[in-house]
Design a protein. Structure first.
Length: 135
């Protein structure tokens, strides 16, 4: 059993616990839920969240999860388009059409967010380059 507060101290599995906490947080778990899943205290998770490198790792995992989700939604979009094609002539398939439209709407929203994120990262990089080149 892990003693509270020692997830990252003097344990051979500290890295895996740290990664477990990061993955849990990236997946939407609360601090308390992430702590329970990793076998440490919520206070330890809060301490980890004060570390910029850890926060960056959580963001990296979250980005990977979003990329995977976007890929899955892209696959579903093909099915949604096919459903729309079949349902265009049938009024009884209204629920299917609404579901298909919902999938397409979400896909487009996520795609926009990913594109904006990429554009923002590019702009931030340009600003950083300019700041470094300014004496």
């Amino acid at each position: 059993m892990t003693t509270p507060g020692n997830c990252t101290k003097l344990r051979p599995s500290a890295t895996s616990r740290r990664e477990k906490v990061a993955l849990e947080l990236a997946s939407g778990s609360t601090i308390r839920q992430a702590a329970a899943a990793a076998g440490c205290s919520p206070r330890t998770v809060s301490t980890l969240l004060a570390d910029a490198a850890f926060v960056a790792a959580v963001a990296g995992y979250r980005s990977q999860l979003l990329d995977e989700t976007l890929g899955q939604l892209t696959g579903l979009a093909r099915q949604a388009v096919a459903t729309l094609g079949r349902c265009l002539e049938s009024e009884s398939d209204g629920a299917k059409v609404r579901a298909a439209l919902g999938i397409l709407d979400r896909l487009l929203r996520i795609r926009e967010q990913v594109e904006f994120g990429g554009r923002l990262a590019e702009l931030e990089e340009r600003v950083e380059d300019q700041q470094q080149s300014t004496p």
